[in-house]
Design a protein around this ligand. Structure first.
Ligand code: VLZ
Length: 135
């Protein structure tokens, strides 16, 4: 049985989102707004199928994938690039590799208690986010 990521998760911390956005080439004005946001993750999981919504007052990002199945991801509203994206299980961690123009791009999710962790990587930058499960 894989870990259960279902639920609504509210951001509590966001370390080096600025560096991650710079590595993605997000423009200055967008970064200034985006780094003030406290997004919410709404995750629906059915076995290996995931629908992950990142919701904020400024912009939303939507991802749907099945673990183990590579798909074409378009990072609409972020850096608007195309990636060949694959998410796999590493025990209970979700490990995502986003192959494309940017090196070392991807993310890792895991859960500890009522906290959801996310590390976003691009080139030499790592952004560390923590979310807390909503009641
Ligand atoms: O999340 O890759 O949970 O897609 C930022 C939205 C979302 C705010 C960043 C607008 C995407 C920012 C994070 C405008 C530049 C991400 C995956 C893992 C699922």
């Amino acid at each position: 049985m894989p870990a259960d990521y279902n639920g609504t998760w509210n951001m509590v911390s966001n370390d080096n989102f600025e560096g991650y956005m710079q590595a993605l080439g997000i423009d200055f004005a967008t970064r200034k707004i985006a780094k003030m946001l406290k997004p919410q993750k709404v995750i629906e999981q059915k076995g290996d199928f995931f629908h992950v919504q990142t919701l904020s007052s400024f912009r939303n990002y939507n991802a749907e994938f099945t673990v183990g199945v590579e798909f074409n991801e378009e990072t609409k509203g972020l850096d608007n690039r195309k990636c060949k994206t694959l998410v796999t299980w590493d025990n209970d961690r979700l490990v995502c590799v986003q192959k494309g123009e940017k090196n070392n791009r991807g993310w890792i999710h895991w859960i500890e208690g009522d906290q959801l962790f996310l590390e976003l990587s691009c080139e030499d930058q790592v952004c560390k986010q923590v979310y807390k499960k909503a009641d």
